[in-house]
Design a protein around this ligand. Structure first.
Ligand SMILES: [Zn+2]
Length: 55
C-alpha cells in the first residue's frame, strides 16, 4: 500500500492527491501524459506517460 505524503504541504490524504491530463499536448491535440499532483498546494508528484496501444 502506497502512502503518499506531500513534501510541500505535508498532507497525506489520498483525497488531496489527484491525477489529471497534462496541459502539454501533441500535435494531434491528444494529451500524452498524466500528472499526479496535490490539490492543496499544487505540488507535482510525477508525470506519467499514458500507455500507448497504437505504437
Ligand atoms: Zn501539497
Amino acid at each position: 500500500m502506497v502512502n503518499l505524503q506531500c513534501p510541500n504541504c505535508g498532507t497525506s490524504g489520498i483525497e488531496n492527491i489527484v491525477s489529471g491530463n497534462s496541459v502539454r499536448k501533441s500535435k494531434d491535440g491528444d494529451t500524452r501524459f498524466h500528472i499526479v499532483y496535490c490539490v492543496l498546494c499544487g505540488y507535482i508528484y510525477g508525470v506519467f506517460g499514458k500507455i500507448e496501444t497504437t505504437m
